[in-house]
Design a protein around this ligand. Sequence first.
Ligand code: ACO
Length: 425
Amino acid sequence: MTKTAQLIIDGKTIELPIVEGTLGDRALDITRLRADTGFITYDPGYVNTGPCKSAITFVDGENGILRYRGYPIEQIADRGSFTETAWLLIFGQLPTRDQLSRFSAGLCAEELLHEDLRHHFEGFPPNGHPMAMLSAIINSLGCYHPDLLEIESRGEFYLAASKIISKVRTIAAFSYRKSMGLPFMYPNPALSYCRNFLHMMFSIPNRPYDPSPEAVRALSLFLTLHADHEQNCSCSTVRMVGSTQANLFASVSSGICALWGRLHGGANAGVVEMLEHIRDGESSPREVLEMVKQKKFRLMGFGHRIYKNFDPRAKILKRAAHDLLLKLGKLDELMDIAMELEQLALADPYFVERKLYPNVDFYSGIILRALNIPVQMFPVMFAIGRMPGWIAHWYEEHLETTKIHRPRQVYTGQVLRDYVPIDER
Ligand code: ACO
């Protein structure tokens, strides 16, 4: 029997069904609330709103738990690869050896861009932001695959997903090359997903870039840890756009736009800028924290809507950043500054009372710097990683949800006014 909760409004008692998840999440089903009572719910920022059920990613923010399709992020980070994770998120199971090798071969087959699409880069100014190029060109990609704009079978979805996951890496690297005025390096099908990306970023004609296995592994880890995080802003954007039956290319392109903001995927660049500011002697870590506490700005890479304990991704990335610097024999002052800032913040009542811990962005920039990825590419790297998650959520929405996302509002504007001709205003 469905459990219910009672709500008394205007002296009338109504029963709200309780929806339960497999791990104890509980929600009040308010789908009939307005019809039965005339009330809607008011929830700025959707802090308490679950617009869907989802079987992709589980987050327990109180206990610092993150699982993709039931697998703990620590195990996936330790033993998996990004392409394996992409398959897992999209198709719900870990791939067999055969499935993984066919998926990887499919990604290789899709890595080139149509030459006309490549010419789109010429329309951007040299200092155009790579996130603008990425979202525009991913959206335009749909024009080159009109047969995949309406997805009617699993096979078509598989093809569209493979194209996007493969080409996003090519587009991302080309956007960097464009911003640097460097010739585009075409992908090399002999290389793995991550190695190929680094090749397109850093090889120059007749001088192939040969990253160390540690660098390739660190990139795979970075992408894996960013691959999904349930109903965050960009994912919700993809689902919302997808709920209109917009195509997969347009929907994930909207996710890139949502990710760009400094409170979301733009935060990792903000962290590095803040650490550089300290390194350059403009403020000490303590002074930065004082300004944060006076609410002059936020401590970037700290705090999270869901995690009120540690973010497990930050823990893994902190260790990985440390290991990578050691293995590459690199020193990065920003790592020491980040650790000092973390230590000071975690001992400060302002952060303790508000349960603010380092999030995924706090240490990720140190890894990207060690890989020579420039700061303006940081959100792009996040977008490459998040692509499988967006695609998985779009498909879940496509298969299971029939309702367009269309929230209500509480109107607070003028009641009623008569139109005034322009000469009388
Ligand atoms: N630095 C200082 N204070 C903070 C921070 C921070 N990073 N984050 C939250 N707070 C404070 C707020 O000022 C508020 O204080 P108050 O109660 O005195 O008003 C309190 O903590 C609660 O903050 P909210 O804004 O209500 O928290 P919310 O869940 O809406 O925001 C967010 C989450 C956007 C991530 C926030 O913590 C933030 O701005 N962090 C910095 C940006 C960042 O790192 N973003 C990346 C997030 S992870 C991701 O998107 C991949």
